[in-house]
Ligand binder design. Structure first.
Ligand code: CP
Length: 360
């Protein structure tokens, strides 16, 4: 059975198939309108969401299925202390597939270890957001006509931006990708993404500290919000919150065909005077999110009993150890009674399996 916890749980071919299916659904929605009749999706959202939860809901409805779940864990038995694993063991009795968002990193991975139905990670802390990645890939494909051979700038909060981490991982499997990282020192991309993804996969990347110096080189500009909820220190947040703002003046220096993406919600990092620019693709991106989630739900249910679409061999082999401890206070392993698991990367670094934090 296939779960989607990390973008690389899908092979490159499966990723491309889902993007292509999303395009087919857009072109021929009538073909898919009843294909999941009598199927149910559970949306377990332990953290706020507008786009992801509603697009999952809308996607399942458009496929002819039904949706149940919660958008606020305080209304569920989680408030009585029920663990993620127990909640999933319960909900799998009521639904054919589960989408989970959780503030603790690794929570959907824990869910996948006990679930008899496919688990979709709808965002875990600052770690990963693979369905946003599928949305972004479909958007790039529709805006530019191709995903290979692009220069993409990531701007803003690259440290806590789970959408950035997931998209860089996914793009590392395409040809001719150049990445430009535009962030203040406090919000730079975590070293594990730079080392294990950019350097390990030979992605051409550079780090700069102003948008102005690179905007003219970009085919895609991926803007992000500085996420107050991820900071442990409010003073640090105040120092960086207004770091990068895209406005109509800066857009004058961009390529005629550059696409501006943003996972949304935005605060002030894209001025409203950019919204009417034809290159502003972020609201079209939201619409693509529904179609690609339709393609994903349909595919995961179709593949459920097909060994050819099992979890990929490329998943890190994990091991337990009493010598190591994950220090990430937002990792599920420091909140719930889960087996402490680690994995070792090619350069010998030991990381927590749940959140990828460096242990040694
Ligand atoms: N892009 C995204 O994840 O938005 P929501 O937080 O509203 O789901």
């Amino acid at each position: 059975m296939k779960h989607l916890i990390d973008p690389t749980d899908l092979t490159k071919q499966e990723t491309d198939e889902i993007v292509a299916l999303g395009e087919d659904i857009i072109a021929h929605p009538e073909k898919y309108q009843d294909c999941l009749k009598y199927h149910k999706l559970a949306t377990l959202f332990y953290e706020p969401s507008t786009r992801t939860r509603l697009s999952f809901t809308s996607a399942m409805m458009e496929l002819g299925g039904n949706v149940l779940g919660f958008s606020d864990a305080s209304n569920s038995s989680v408030s009585k202390g029920e663990t993620v694993a127990d909640t999933v063991r319960v909900v799998e009795n009521f639904a054919d597939i589960i989408a989970m968002r959780h503030p603790l990193e690794g929570a959907p991975l824990v869910a996948s270890t006990v679930s008899g139905v496919p688990i979709i990670n709808a965002g875990d802390g600052a770690h990963s957001h693979p369905t946003q990645t599928l949305t972004d890939l479909l958007t790039i494909k529709r805006e530019l006509g191709h995903i290979d051979n692009i220069t993409i700038g990531f701007c803003g909060d690259l440290r806590f931006g789970r959408t950035v981490h997931s998209l860089i991982k996914a793009l590392s499997r395409y040809d001719g990708i150049k990445v430009v990282l535009i962030a203040p020192d406090e919000l730079r991309l975590p070293d594990y993404i730079k080392q294990d993804v950019c350097e390990a996969k030979g992605i051409d990347y550079k780090e700069v500290s102003t948008l102005e110096e690179v905007i003219g080189e970009l085919d895609v500009l991926y803007m992000t919000r500085v996420q107050k909820e991820r900071f442990l220190d409010e003073e640090e947040f105040d120092r960086v919150k207004d770091s990068f703002v895209l406005n109509a003046e800066k857009m004058k220096e961009a390529k005629e065909k550059m696409a501006v993406l943003h996972p949304l919600p935005r605060v002030n990092e894209i001025a409203q005077d950019v919204d009417s620019d034809p290159r502003a693709a972020y609201f079209r991106q939201v619409g693509n999110g529904k179609y690609v989630r339709m393609a994903l739900i349909y595919s995961l249910l179709k593949w459920k009993n097909d060994p050819e679409h099992d979890m990929p061999d490329g998943r890190p082999l994990s091991f337990t150890s009493n010598d190591y401890r994950c220090k990430n206070v937002k990792c599920i392993c420091n909140h719930e009674n889960v087996t402490r698991l680690f994995h070792q990367t090619a350069d010998g670094t030991v990381r927590c399996l749940y959140c990828d934090s460096k242990i040694r």
